[in-house]
Design a protein around this ligand. Sequence first.
Ligand SMILES: NC(=O)c1ccc[n+]([C@@H]2O[C@H](COP(=O)([O-])OP(=O)(O)OC[C@H]3O[C@@H](n4cnc5c(N)ncnc54)[C@H](OP(=O)(O)O)[C@@H]3O)[C@@H](O)[C@H]2O)c1
Length: 308
Amino acid sequence: MEGWSRSVSRRRFLRGLGLAAAATLVPRRAPAAARKPISKPIPSTGERIPVIGLGTSRTFDAAPGAARSALAPVVQAFFDHGGTLIDSSPMYGSAEEVVGELLRVTRHGPVFSATKVWIDGKQAGVEQMERSRLLWGVPRFDLMQIHNLRDWRVHLETLKEWKSEGKVRYVGITTSHGRMHDELEVALERESFDFVQLSYNLEDREAERRLLPLAADRGVAVLVNRPFQLGGLFDKVRGKALPPWATELGIASWAQYFLKFAVSHPAVTCAIPATSKVKHMEDNMGAGHGRLPDAATRERMVRFVEAA
Ligand SMILES: NC(=O)c1ccc[n+]([C@@H]2O[C@H](COP(=O)([O-])OP(=O)(O)OC[C@H]3O[C@@H](n4cnc5c(N)ncnc54)[C@H](OP(=O)(O)O)[C@@H]3O)[C@@H](O)[C@H]2O)c1
């Protein structure tokens, strides 16, 4: 992805987008040298991506004006802490348009752009994916995923063609519903996907039974959605202190505890928490540093939260 084009007046451009406030909120100064975050390889190519990405459902469905401007420093914090993968969907209201605007007003290196196709029919799918590309302002998506398996056989044929023509780099399929797991299993067994996206967190560990082992076996990268169970995990531990042994893993908050649990599963490549707040973004990005828990510590993490 191209960086900020010097040929355009940044402030004039921001004003045109209704993001004038962002021009002052996002500092132009280069960020303090960010520590390199923990990354994992995409099995189909070996390309590495940081283990903490960014989701955009609900949090980025923002109307033009103050709500949208407030997201610019959130995304800038993501980039400043070494984040690259952003996940969106045409299902998330104005989120893709907002991502496109924020990519233009923030300072960043290469972005790993991931969105979804969520419509019935081949031609409608092609048109939706092209519209998403224009909204994001990218030459092509790094990852195009079939959202919630919708008309997946039809879109997969299009995406196989697009991948062979270089119009998309990776192809994936998503769900966040346990009831779709059987069909997702069929899709992963029969077809060659680069990525699967599913829900996995300390409370919802269903994917551990079959899907995560299958993804590992098939060489499919895993993106974890709902790593905080839509924020519900925080309610579970409200008022409870972190265990002292968590600090050995560099865990300084419950958000980091939950994210490190998700991304330390050997089959998981990256988690995509969503947030609308700079403070939460900085907290979440902290989970991409330090050590990841081993199998025994992961069990300990589960037991500690279950006893909460
Ligand atoms: N089928 C699919 O393909 C599918 C389904 C579901 C989700 N997804 C993707 O996965 C992404 C993540 O899932 P999700 O958004 O449903 O849920 P989530 O990431 O588990 O939870 C998001 C919630 O957690 C809060 N939060 C974030 N960081 C926090 C922190 N450090 N401390 C306290 N609260 C924090 C956010 O509120 P604040 O804004 O206050 O921080 C937000 O309400 C989505 O955005 C979307 O991109 C895909």
